[in-house]
Write a protein that binds this ligand. Structure first.
Ligand SMILES: Cc1ncc(COP(=O)(O)O)c(C=O)c1O
Length: 484
């Protein structure tokens, strides 16, 4: 005991000497960046966030500011990637933004060596073993971090990125939808509203839960669920357990109207943001408006772990319950005991590690996807009859796929797909609506022919971020050739 006290004392002395010396030696560098940042972004120069220190005690961890407070027209903060300044990027990549933490060491909030301090909100997510990291002084380095770090850090990083409080990493986006339905209490015979224009993975989990889907048509403004039809659906089915909202092809649905309608009917909202990671509606990430949001890291998504999904929610209890169901619903007992039906839906630690790496490239990918979309628009936009997917003022898409529709043209979607295929280039039709699918056609559908028209007239153009300008140019030439 006495030994430990001496050790702690010596460590503290070492911290004070090292951080004090560090601050003195590095003061020209620190002053230089204080000057540069205040010139570029104004004050404050430092950014702080509440972290958990030893024994969970809250403290403010200081860093250099790397992002502006840029807002859109409605006054909502722009996504992180667009607020990060050029200087911010540089100082982040060289870790210079971490220098102000020497001050935290000097005043005793943290030590030089120890596990990285967690965001205060996340402490409650840790189990007993993981909470042991709080027994010691937190540190600038991560040397003392304990096992299980990958999946927890990945969940935290992901939740932080999209602006949700909690996240559960799962084996797929489909599993995440099923878990969200279970968390919403959806069971046998319950009605669930679902957009008809989507991939079947949105609707399948409704059937897994033995519930009953009611499909709703899209509008041309968003290609997503039509809010007027949603209202109509509530008139027909006042007792609805949950509504699934999809943000198709990285375009957000009209969330203000949808949220108003759903709140009026006091129904659980599940957002299927499988295709829209990085897309914002009025500055807020899609997937974070409803009670639950789901994301997919399937091979074709904007970032991928080869396969995987994430469920986000501000409801900590529900996320804990999902983690429990997803790990075979094993009760807290030494022997193997199960009081509920379990699933093997948890994401593995190795896959989570890949996700952490992928999250770092999300903003770059979205920027390249936007570039691809704009390239197509500038090359093909002038062709009579070609329309691009809708670009609303409040919508900042991730441009997952660049999609077009052909209106009254002699060239049909199949002509484009076949001409590209002849050159070994893959393109796809727009999703075939669920109410037109043999498996789902027996369920009710509310709407007209909007999604059907989008399906019949639409093409998803090649949108891989590895494409070069000459690849894009070649694709445009093939398409233009068909209209000549
Ligand atoms: C709209 C939509 N929802 C759900 C999913 C399911 O995700 P996953 O493939 O990870 O199960 C996908 C993609 O595959 C999708 O495009």
């Amino acid at each position: 005991m006495k030994n430990k006290k001496v050790q702690r004392f010596l460590k503290r002395i070492l911290d004070i000497l090292a951080s004090g010396t560090g601050l003195i030696i590095l003061s020209p560098v620190i002053l230089y960046y204080v000057h540069k940042i205040s010139k570029e972004m104004g004050r404050p120069v430092f950014y702080n966030r509440l972290r958990a220190g030893q024994f969970g005690k809250a403290f403010k961890l200081y860093k250099f500011r790397t992002m502006t407070d840029a807002k859109d027209k409605e006054g909502n903060l722009l996504p992180d990637g667009e607020r990060l300044t050029e200087l911010g990027k540089k100082i982040r990549s060289s870790s210079i933004d971490e220098l102000p933490q020497l001050w935290n060491v000097l005043i005793g909030d943290i030590s030089l060596v120890g596990p990285r301090p967690l965001l205060l909100d996340y402490v409650t997510l840790y189990n007993k073993e993981q909470k042991r990291r709080l027994d010691v002084s937190q540190g600038i380095t991560g040397w003392a971090q304990i096992n299980g770090r990958n999946s927890l850090t990945w969940e935290q990083e992901f939740a932080e990125k999209v602006g949700s409080k909690h996240a559960a990493a799962l084996s797929s986006g489909t599993a995440a939808i099923q878990m969200a339905l279970m968390a919403a209490g959806v069971g046998e015979g319950d009605i669930v509203f679902c957009p008809t224009l989507t991939f079947s993975a949105t609707a399948n989990p409704i059937i897994y839960q033995r519930a009953v889907p009611v499909f709703i048509d899209s509008d041309y403004e968003t290609w997503n669920i039509d809010p007027d039809l949603l209202e109509e659906a509530f008139e027909k089915y006042p007792d609805v357990k949950a509504v699934i909202i999809v943000h198709l092809y990285g375009l957000s649905a009209d969330m203000d109207r949808i949220m108003d309608i759903c709140k009026k009917h006091d129904v659980v909202i599940i957002e299927d943001a499988a295709e829209s990671l990085g897309c914002t509606y009025k500055g807020k990430y899609t997937g974070t408006f409803g009670d639950y949001g789901i994301f997919s890291f399937n091979g074709n998504k904007i970032i991928t772990t080869s396969g995987g999904g994430m469920l986000v929610s501000d409801n900590e209890e529900k996320i804990a319950k999902v983690r429990f169901w997803a790990t075979q619903a094993r009760d807290k007992a030494r022997h193997y005991q199960h009081s509920e039906l379990g699933f093997n839906y948890r994401m593995s630690n190795i896959v989570a590690g890949i996700g952490r790496g992928q999250l770092k490239v999300l903003d770059d990918r979205a920027a390249k996807k936007k570039y691809i979309f704009e390239f197509y628009k500038s090359e093909l936009g002038a062709i009579q009859g070609i329309s691009f997917m809708p670009d609303n003022e409040w919508n900042r898409p991730n441009y997952w796929l660049s999609c077009i529709t052909l209106n009254d043209t002699k060239v049909k979607p199949l002509d484009i797909m076949q001409a590209l295929e002849a050159e070994n280039i893959e393109s796809r039709p727009i999703w075939k609506p669920m109410h037109m699918q043999p498996f789902f056609e027996k369920y009710d559908f509310i709407g007209t022919d909007v999604s059907q028209k989008l399906f019949e007239n639409g093409v998803c153009l090649p949108s891989d971020t590895k494409m070069t300008d000459s690849d894009l140019y070649r694709i445009c030439m093939i398409i233009k050739g068909l209209f000549e």
